[in-house]
Design a protein around this ligand. Structure first.
Ligand code: SAM
Length: 175
């Protein structure tokens, strides 16, 4: 599939501040690198929002982590399709052709415990394999299928640009 102009945002439910900081930070980094526009984080975690702000200041783009108190009303009022990632869902590749690419897509990722009503509230429940997976890996694969891995120049506003190199580090610094 792959549609670079499609707007995709991510909703992470059940983050545990103080217990999951590294995992949720990695989820945010993967969402940003793979072209999502926002991570809505429930509950919010200022440390993760600030970490991603720092990444944005250096590497550019518009990605932000937004705190969210209540996910149900957010999901209900989402103006497009929602894809809940779960190993119990239908195959991602079978569901994708039914996802309209003109509406924004919300990819929903659970935490340690997933509220049962999420399964009926989401437009699609989709699996990236039917094995227990890492949410970071499942999200990255889903974004690759939906919008494709971003290529080309760094996002607007980047102060640092990594120059591809077979060996060592080459970094261009803009002032
Ligand atoms: N024990 C939780 C439950 O009640 O389902 C799931 C824990 S799992 C570590 C956390 C999240 O990873 C899930 O909510 C889901 O979003 C994602 N995930 C895990 N395995 C997946 C798979 N095979 N396909 C898609 N997403 C998956």
């Amino acid at each position: 599939m792959g549609a670079q102009s499609l707007r995709v945002e991510v909703l992470r439910i059940g983050h545990r501040p103080g217990r999951d900081p590294r995992l949720t930070t990695h989820l945010a980094l993967a969402a940003r690198a793979m072209g999502a526009a926002r991570l809505h984080l429930q509950p919010g975690d200022p440390a993760i929002t600030e970490h991603l702000e720092d990444v944005r200041r250096r590497f550019g783009g518009e990605f932000r982590v937004e705190p969210l108190k209540e996910w149900r009303s957010f999901l209900t009022s989402w103006p497009g399709t929602s894809l809940h990632l779960t190993m119990y869902g239908e195959d991602l590749d079978e569901a994708l052709p039914r996802v309209p690419l003109k509406e924004p897509v919300l990819v929903v990722v659970g935490g340690a415990k997933v509220p049962p009503e999420l399964y009926r509230m989401a437009t699609h429940n989709v699996a990236v394999t039917h094995q227990p997976h890492s949410e970071v890996a499942a999200l990255a694969l889903t974004l690759d299928r939906l919008i494709g891995t971003p290529r080309g120049p760094p996002p607007p506003g980047a102060r640092l640009e990594i120059l591809p190199s077979a060996r060592g580090k080459r970094v261009l610094e803009r002032r």
